[in-house]
Design a protein around this ligand. Structure first.
Ligand code: FAD
Length: 370
């Protein structure tokens, strides 16, 4: 009889818990002795906007996450300069991660995993585990020590966020804003019942909190700030495997570079890993990750253009667009707005490739980033 796989997971946060549950209770369950090492005294959430699409939530079948939905939405709105709104008609949620992650850790234990807290794993420990175990999974976030053993690089960027106890009514959608007044990338308002997550992707120039204060005031977000936090986000990871040591989540740098949504990438990477383990083809993990839309090649040039363009350039680019652009599941936005896109491209021939890549990257991100 085949023996159980010895699996060690470094990091018991979102990626560690989702990976453990997917291996033990997903579509391709494996017979495994799973040990999870978490450096903090208990399972906890790291900083997050907590926005997640209903599509992704339904893909994560290894655990009933419904009780941890904080608020549900019919969609999201992405605002560009001059008030152009792309309204994405796709159901989404904000998740109460401070309850969700500990509940997942508890479920992993109920399924037989050993969740050890207060264990800070070093790169030397990882090298030893790689010799002892069948599979070592780095789920230790953007500052990963497992990455040191795997090699390769990922980029990081700081996200900053307030938790606000609001005084006004909740928006009907998750709100994103591309506006260089506040962020070189974007800012967001994600309500979750009694608390709103209000944040931005930071430039690190020392004025990001001032910009976030201005963003809140300009968007009319009033209320008591309960918490103020900053945390890095890992993306553009160029290597996720070295032999039997693999990476998942922000350690892998698989967070979507455009939206910086990382939970969806965790769900898909965990599924790919479980399928590889189930089929006895662990060596294929890296190749299967690279072939997945979460690593779409349009992301790099699209992000470069989104970062580079000024508000004036965005206004110039969207001048043929209607004030409200409807983005619907199963409908190609490129085709639905073909006339607008054609005029935009003709008037901005120098930016043609970037425009097409951005439209494509946003289309992929709509499905695989939140
Ligand atoms: C401001 C902000 C907003 C975001 N908003 C969204 C959003 O709305 N939607 C979305 O999908 N994503 C969002 N993200 C990204 C998302 O939060 C991350 O992709 C996700 O939390 C990554 O989970 P992770 O488990 O890989 O890493 P982490 O959350 O960093 O967890 C790593 C875990 O490993 C532990 N650990 C670290 N080092 C060691 C060690 N040496 N030994 C043992 N344990 C260790 C840590 O204590 C932690 O528990 C946001 C991120 C930020 C910063």
């Amino acid at each position: 009889m085949a023996r159980s796989l010895d699996v060690r997971i470094v990091g018991g946060g979102f990626a560690g818990c989702v990976t453990a549950l997917t291996l033990l209770n997903g579509e391709h369950p494996i017979d495994a002795n799973v040990t999870i090492y978490e450096r903090e005294p208990s399972a906890h959430t790291t900083l997050c906007g907590e926005g997640l699409s209903d599509h992704t939530l339904r893909q994560f079948k290894a655990f009933d996450s419904t009780p941890y939905i904080a608020q549900s939405f019919e969609g999201a709105s992405w605002f560009f300069p001059e008030g152009i709104e792309a309204r994405v008609h796709q159901k989404g949620h904000t998740m109460a991660r401070e309850r969700w992650i500990p509940a997942m850790a508890q479920e992993a234990q109920a399924l037989g995993a050993d969740y050890r807290t207060g264990v800070k794993v070093s790169a030397e420990d990882v090298a030893r585990m790689a010799r002892e175990a069948d599979l070592v999974i780095g789920c230790d976030g953007p500052g990963s020590v497992v990455r040191k053993v795997v090699g390769g690089h990922h980029e990081t960027m700081l996200g900053i966020q307030y938790r606000v106890e609001p005084t006004g009514p909740s928006p009907e959608r998750l709100l994103f804003y591309t506006d260089k007044e506040y962020s070189t990338e974007y800012s967001w308002i994600f309500p979750r019942g009694d608390v709103w997550n209000v944040g931005l992707l930071a430039s690190g120039d020392g004025h990001d909190w001032e910009r976030l204060d201005r963003f809140m005031a300009d968007k009319g977000v009033a209320g008591k700030v309960r918490k103020r936090e900053a945390y890095p986000i890992g993306f553009f990871g160029d290597k996720v495997q070295e032999g039997n040591v693999v990476l998942v989540g922000d350690a892998a740098g698989l967070t979507n570079p455009i939206t910086k949504g990382g939970m969806s990438a965790v769900v898909y990477a965990a599924q790919i890993l479980a399928a590889c383990a189930h089929e006895g083809k662990l060596a294929e993990y890296e190749a299967r990750i690279r072939a997945h839309p979460m690593c779409d090649p349009s992301f790099r040039p699209a992000l470069a253009a989104l970062r580079k363009w000024s508000n004036e350039e965005f206004a110039q680019l969207t001048r043929f667009a209607p004030k409200l652009i409807d983005v619907r599941p199963g409908v190609s936005t490129e085709r639905a707005y073909f006339g607008v896109l054609a005029k935009t491209i003709l008037a901005n021939l120098g930016k043609m490739n970037d425009v097409r890549r951005i439209v494509h990257a946003l289309g992929v991100s709509r499905e695989y980033s939140w």
